[in-house]
Design a protein around this ligand. Sequence first.
Ligand code: ATP
Ligand code: MG
Length: 199
Amino acid sequence: MGGTFDPIHHGHLVAASEVQAWFDLDEVVFVPTGEPWQKSSRKVSPAEDRYLMTVIATAANPRFSVSRIDIERGGPTYTIDTLRDLEAEYGDAELYFITGADALAAIVTWREPGELFEFAHFVGCTRPGHQIDESTLQGLPTDRVTIVEIPALAISSTDCRARVERDEPVWYLVPDGVVQYIGKYRLYRPAPTSADQES
Ligand code: ATP
Ligand code: MG
């Protein structure tokens, strides 16, 4: 499962858990992006913070792991490179790439979209606010894409960041350890103003 995970939240974890059970997957590998090229218009937290939050959030599940491949590769992250590297690392494992409905709809805009499906079966999870209809699937090879309906969690990283910035709680939207990590390293807080420093 690829993602920016800025921060990882329970929507990601439920999607991963549901797809693991649905396909009886041996392992779900969370792959935090290096530089997410489609998000270059906003500031993304350092990769190490996103990586560590993902490790904290997934630590208790023996079937969950976190890979640094997209971070180590450097430069913008393209899913085609992620899949090539995973294939090289996992040999003849059958790969499934887990996405939400919004990301699935965007696949056609990714680099080398045709080739993606040679490397993995794509799983599109339902997500509140993002319809999956015929137009979503248009142009995608139907034998290589499965839609999985998961319990709806209207949680997004964007909303979590905005909440922290406004000093509102993110308890129960993200795992407890992630709430604590965000607090400890003051992620998503507005930059201190000179007035704050004086007081
Ligand atoms: P942002 O708001 O910063 O884009 P996000 O919540 O969409 O963050 P990403 O890291 O962009 O999180 O998402 C990684 C993957 O998880 C994507 O495929 C996305 O569609 C999926 N996903 C994220 N949140 C949910 C959710 N609540 N339900 C289902 N899928 C989700
Ligand atoms: Mg997103």
